[in-house]
Design a protein around this ligand. Structure first.
Ligand code: FES
Length: 190
């Protein structure tokens, strides 16, 4: 994004370093990722050293430094989920979509991400699709989710990106309180 495009996001936040996370989240929501150019502009306008902007953008899972697909699949590869078959789910996605962790399909529909724990170990394997948690995921369930996401995409081509701010704020609050992420009691979908 250019400085001009970022103007609505920067308005009222200039020279206010404490607005860094909110600003990054707004850029993520607006553009789908935070580019190097965005980080330079934010650094300059908010008065935050570039290294701190990069550190924040790199730390929060809700922020991406490269474009993501319209549907983001997050698979938990933590120990509890792994022993319940999360590695099979990753293999299945590779078979169905041809992507591995950190990759996006050529058509820009799906991005696969992998994390070490989502804070719901007893309910594994856990998969998050576009911010929605799914527990005890089986290969059949995962396939249905992927097909549904693709079907929705075809039926609603103008669909906006999933807002990230609410979940990201929870994540930031949990981290600030020293708690494990996503342990705030959010209902999990079966
Ligand atoms: S290991 Fe998967 S949620 Fe904890």
């Amino acid at each position: 994004m250019s400085a001009l495009t970022l103007e609505p996001i920067l308005k009222g936040r200039r020279s206010q370093p404490h607005m860094l996370i909110e600003t990054l989240l707004d850029v993520q929501e607006s553009n789908g990722y935070v580019s190097t150019e965005d980080m330079k502009i934010i650094s300059r306008e908010l008065g935050v050293p570039e290294i701190e902007v990069y550190r924040a953008a790199n730390f929060y899972k809700a922020l991406s430094l490269k474009p993501r697909g319209k549907n983001v699949i997050t698979i938990c590869a933590g120990t509890a989920c792994h022993v319940r078959g999360s590695n099979l789910l990753s293999s299945q996605i590779h078979g169905l979509l041809g992507i591995g962790p950190g990759e996006t399909t050529a058509d820009g529909l799906f991005t696969l991400e992998q994390v070490n724990c989502l804070g719901a170990c007893a309910l594994g394997p856990v998969v998050v699709l576009n911010g929605e948690y799914h527990d005890h995921v089986t290969p059949a369930k995962l396939k249905a989710l992927i097909l549904k996401a693709g079907g929705q995409e075809k039926q609603a081509p103008g669909k906006k990106r999933t807002p990230v701010k609410a979940s990201a704020r929870k994540e930031a609050a949990a981290c600030a309180n020293g708690k494990k992420r996503h342990s705030s009691g959010k209902a999990l979908k079966s």
